[in-house]
Design a binder for this molecule. Structure first.
Ligand code: NAD
Length: 468
């Protein structure tokens, strides 16, 4: 398809713009503004200037955010196809992402944490109130551009902060459109979307006008963001990677769980921070688990996200495809076997065959690090202690799951997982009301529920003498 700009695919960028590629073709189809770091100054100034008005009136904020949620829903038929075009995911998944964005705006708009009395033995009435912080910077990745952006702006704006939001240069377009949609409901400067390539994010993270940097992405970039924010002592929230294990207990009904387990690993082409990234199966069931997952991997329709038949789209961008290829090739070189897939698909675009790996050594990088793609290793275990130890033997601690017909037994094993969320008989499902936080290198700070709102607020206590 011709690029929307009329420029041929893969042309170098026009001054001040960069090309955006459709991963289902590998061709550029549009472009986005390539803001320079110095262009952030007036943007941050506008966010700071908008803060006093925005924080002053909670009722007006609530009304504006509820109107914004309605506007997002009304724009779904434009937002979802654009998201699929630049990110690759099936259109149904893009619609779900837009719906989640609107739902999250409503949830935080209506969340009222109020003021709390503090009781102690002094003759004073102390009341704890929560106040906004100022201009917040949000930096997000390419796997869920809208949903992860909303996890930043919905609580931040509901708390009374203003925000400068930077999407990944790989997926800038739907976020720009979302920014335009939200601008219809929000006062000028409350939320500004800026697009551009590095060092734009680095400058935003270290900008002296920013009071809170909230980042979602890789652990390596998270470290750089935290170091940058240290210069201005801005608060930092980091939602980083994961290497979630699914432990199957020996009483599991393999056929009954196989669909759920497969989609917990392969939704969004496996590009989910809290996807199942490793499966531990009792040695006795290992081959059946591999077979059940391989059957699904080889029969699921892979294709462009805009084709209604596609259940799995392409890998989202060329560097990620190269990463998935490298990690898979290494697993095979290490002695692994591809029970399904194991290679790119012979067609244009960034398609990789859904891959189930068996016989991979425990120290192969596809097991020890994030693959973040449509590749899943299955590993046998002999004792449950061994499985729990292996599941926890990672620098990450985002999520994990235990699968069994005995829920109490599964819950006892789940208690032993070193992670932020442990699921039983499913994986990667979150409610807007629950805290989402990783252990170890998976993050700093908490998103979701009231805890996500507190992360965007500072406590303010008033002491008042008791009446005589
Ligand atoms: P990334 O770290 O490469 O990029 C994330 C964002 O940071 C992008 O907007 C990027 O442009 C920007 N960036 C790059 N260099 C920067 C710098 N020096 N300073 C400031 N910003 C910079 O991550 P990615 O490849 O886009 O996303 C995949 C990663 O995100 C995976 O590790 C995945 O697990 C993680 N992730 C985590 C969560 C979570 O909630 N824990 C959710 C989704 C994705």
């Amino acid at each position: 398809m011709a690029p929307a700009t009329g420029r041929p695919p893969h042309t170098t960028d026009r001054g001040g713009h960069f090309a955006v590629v459709d991963p289902s073709t590998g061709e550029a189809f549009d472009e986005a503004p390539d803001r320079r770091p110095e262009e952030l100054d007036p943007v941050v100034d506008r966010a700071r200037a908008a803060w006093p008005g925005w924080r002053a009136d909670p009722a007006a904020r609530r009304t504006a955010l509820l109107a914004a949620a309605d506007a997002v829903e009304a724009a779904a038929t434009a937002l979802a196809p654009l998201l699929t075009r630049e990110q690759g995911k099936p259109l149904t998944e893009s619609h779900a992402e837009v719906a989640r964005t609107a739902a999250r705006l409503r949830y935080f708009a209506e969340l009222d944490i109020g003021a709390q009395p503090i009781t102690d033995d002094r003759p004073v009435h102390s009341r704890l109130r929560w106040r906004s912080i100022g201009a917040v910077a949000a930096i997000v990745p390419w796997n869920f551009p809208l949903q992860l952006a909303s996890a930043k702006f919905a609580p931040a704006l509901a708390a009374g902060n203003t925000m400068v939001l930077k999407p990944s240069p790989s997926t800038p377009l739907a976020t720009r459109m979302l920014g335009a949609v939200l601008a219809g409901s929000l006062p000028e400067g409350v939320l500004t979307v800026v697009t551009g390539r590095e060092p734009l994010g680095a400058r935003l993270a270290s900008h002296p006008g920013i009071r809170h940097v909230t980042f979602t992405g890789s652990a390596a970039t998270g470290r750089a963001v935290a170091a940058g924010a240290a210069a201005s002592l801005a608060r930092v929230t980091l939602e980083l990677g994961g290497n979630d294990a699914a432990i199957l207990l020996d009483d599991v009904d393999v056929e009954e769980i196989a669909d759920r387990l497969f989609w917990a690993a392969f939704r969004n082409c496996g590009q989910v921070c809290m996807a199942v990234k490793r499966v531990y199966a009792p040695a006795r069931l290992h081959d059946r688990v591999v077979e059940a997952l391989a059957h699904r991997a080889s029969t699921t329709v892979v294709g462009p996200g805009l084709d209604p038949a596609s259940r799995i789209g392409p890998v989202s961008n060329a560097p990620q495809l190269a990463h998935v290829e490298r990690r898979t090739a290494r697993a095979l070189a290490d002695g692994g076997r591809a029970a399904a897939g194991g290679h790119r698909l012979d067609r244009p675009g960034y398609f990789f065959a859904p891959t189930i790996l068996a016989d991979v050594p425990a120290d192969s990088p596809v097991v020890t690090e994030e693959q973040f793609g449509p590749v899943l290793p299955v590993l046998p275990y002999d004792s449950l202690d061994e499985a729990v130890r292996a599941a926890n033997d990672t620098g990450f601690g985002l999520g994990g799951s235990v699968w069994s017909t005995d829920l109490d037994r599964a819950a006892a094993v789940a208690d032993r997982l070193e992670c932020g969320t442990a699921w039983i008989n499913h994986h990667a499902e979150l409610s807007l009301a629950q805290p989402f936080a990783g252990a170890k290198d998976s993050g700093v700070g908490v998103a979701g529920g009231p805890w996500g709102l507190y992360g965007n607020l500072r406590p303010f206590v008033v002491h008042r003498p008791e009446e005589a």
